[in-house]
Design a protein around this ligand. Structure first.
Ligand code: OOG
Ligand code: NI
Length: 269
């Protein structure tokens, strides 16, 4: 487990940058005049399978030990996913969104591929301090990847990338030069970034107290057991939070919007 939140997020950020070249460009574009201003992260997201050895709770344990608390639960029936979000008492720390795939809801063939992957993970791997950015502990064939892809884009993503930050999220509320998400999106599009348009470019809005947008994931060459393939890696998200009637900013997530954000790692676009 970790002793230091800053070190954990710094390590996650370096691991994410290594497979998400556009993230550095986005960071520089939004980080003040010369990209030098510090960007505040609204949240960082993680994916896993609901298999005991490495389930959502195993990932969450790292954050609970650092003082995070569970705050919200979400279900995504069509995508066969569950998620929870975690917050730290120090509100300058990023929130954490962790989802897990409900493996038993898939075909025997898909389950067999996933169980074979997970069988290759050391029994105590999830307790290691570097687990949250340990990547894959297995290698699948391109054919297995395609089988997973047909059943679940999320399962296929996990098979290629494993355990790491799926995305970082810029807090629009904390940006110096932008007040609203639409202006951030316009700047990103001007610079040539492709945004996720599933469910509209902006998901949610003031009526649900959270507006979100995201880039489509970068495409990176991955070495599978048999061959190399260009596939989606990670993306960058942008979130603007609105006040609740009590004057506090809403801190939760919105399932209907999250459902569309997951599609930022789809191959289309
Ligand atoms: C998580 C998608 C949901 C949000 O902010 O609503 C999400 C994922 O793609 O793993 O990040
Ligand atoms: Ni997110």
């Amino acid at each position: 487990m970790h002793t230091n939140i800053e070190t954990l997020f710094a390590n996650l950020w370096q691991d994410y940058l290594a497979i998400t070249p556009s993230a550095k460009k986005v960071h520089d574009l939004l980080g003040g005049e010369n990209g030098t201003a510090e960007l505040i992260n609204d949240h960082v997201a993680f994916r896993t399978f609901n298999i005991d050895k490495i389930n959502l709770d195993k990932l969450a344990a790292h954050f609970l030990s650092l003082g995070y608390e569970e705050k919200g639960q979400y279900t995504f029936e069509q995508k066969k996913l569950k998620a929870k979000h975690f917050e730290h008492a120090d509100t300058t720390k990023p929130k954490v969104f962790i989802s897990e795939l409900l493996v038993e809801e898939f075909s025997e063939e898909v389950q067999a591929i996933i169980h074979k992957m997970v069988a290759n993970i050391a029994e105590d791997a999830a307790t290691h301090s570097d687990f949250l950015y340990s990547g894959t502990h297995w290698q699948v064939t391109s054919e297995e990847y395609e089988t997973l892809l047909e059943a679940s884009e999320y399962a296929a993503w996990m098979s290629a990338w494993g355990f790491r930050a799926n995305h970082f999220t810029v807090s629009v509320n904390h940006l110096e030069h932008y007040q609203v998400l639409a202006d951030v999106n316009a700047k990103l599009k001007d610079a040539g970034f492709v945004l996720n348009t599933s469910g509209g470019e902006i998901k949610g809005g003031s009526e649900v107290h959270l507006a979100q947008s995201s880039t489509m994931a970068d495409k990176i060459e991955v070495q599978f057991a048999d061959t190399k393939k260009q596939i989606p890696s990670c993306f960058y998200e942008f979130a603007q939070r609105f006040q609740l009637p009590d004057g506090e900013l809403y801190q939760g997530f919105v399932a209907a919007s999250a459902d569309k954000i997951f599609e930022s790692t789809n191959a289309k676009g």
